[in-house]
Design a binder for this molecule. Structure first.
Ligand SMILES: [Zn+2]
Length: 246
């Protein structure tokens, strides 16, 4: 019998399966994205059912068979992240982050930096005071998190000067196909970037996720940063996040 894999993981999505089981999509430290069945966890006497909800950061023991789905044989909580689940604003912000992981990381492939970014995002969201007047999609934590994921995937290499000609002045747009900022002369239908937006993007990328600077409530800078994120998803991944259009 194979030895179970023991790994830290964050539950990204879970749904009911059969009479009492739950299918989990998790992002694990050891193997990246994996799917697993947790058997019997919807019974009230389940030993670890309550630990396997979306946002839960757990240490999982998974038995891998020949099928695509592993079987969860044990789970202990690292962080429950209950504070995210019970606050409607934090929940909406958190769901954007989980959907970003689900869409960007579809394969079983270890990526320590992506796992670290995910856990730092959830820890910061869990512990920092929410700012409910903000539109969740414009929250600095989740903008910072998504920009870091795009940077890790090589979709966002360049914002210091024009990615086409190197000009440092006159940056007016973001070109998803070029993967960076462009100047007036080099802009051919890019996403318009205000000076505040460019400054905001640089500030978000230059700070740890937990220290993501507020760019102002519903202001131009936040909307520019969000436009860079969504246009990068569309160009490189061919998808839109459902949670960002809510
Ligand atoms: Zn240029």
């Amino acid at each position: 019998m194979a030895v179970p894999t023991i790994t830290e993981a964050v539950v990204l999505r879970s749904f009911a399966f059969g009479e009492a089981d739950r299918v989990l999509h998790v992002y694990s430290l050891a193997s990246g994205r994996i799917g697993a069945v947790a058997k019997g966890v919807r019974r009230t006497k389940s030993r670890f059912g309550g630990r396997l909800e979306p946002f839960s950061h757990v240490e999982l023991s998974i038995h891998r068979g020949r099928g695509e789905l592993g079987t969860v044989t044990g789970a202990s909580l690292v962080r429950s992240h209950d504070a995210i689940r019970i606050d409607p604003y934090r929940l909406q912000v958190g769901l954007v982050g989980l959907e970003a992981m689900l869409r960007l990381y579809t394969d079983e492939e270890r990526n320590d930096r992506a796992f670290l970014a995910l856990t730092r995002f959830l820890d910061a969201l869990d512990s920092q005071a929410p700012q409910p007047s903000r539109r969740p999609a414009l929250d600095p934590l989740v903008l910072s998190f998504q920009l870091k994921l795009l940077w890790l995937e090589g979709f966002l290499p360049h914002l210091d000067n024009c990615v086409e000609c190197g000009a440092e002045q006159g940056i007016v747009a973001f070109s998803p196909s070029a993967g960076g900022a462009v100047c007036t002369a080099c802009d051919h239908g890019g996403i318009g970037l205000s000076p505040a937006g460019l400054g905001g993007l640089r500030a978000l990328l230059g700070s740890p996720i937990a220290d993501a600077p507020a760019l102002g409530i519903d202001d131009r800078a936040s909307r520019d940063a969000l436009a860079v994120v969504t246009s990068s998803y569309e160009h490189h991944g061919g998808f839109r996040l459902r949670t960002l259009s809510a």
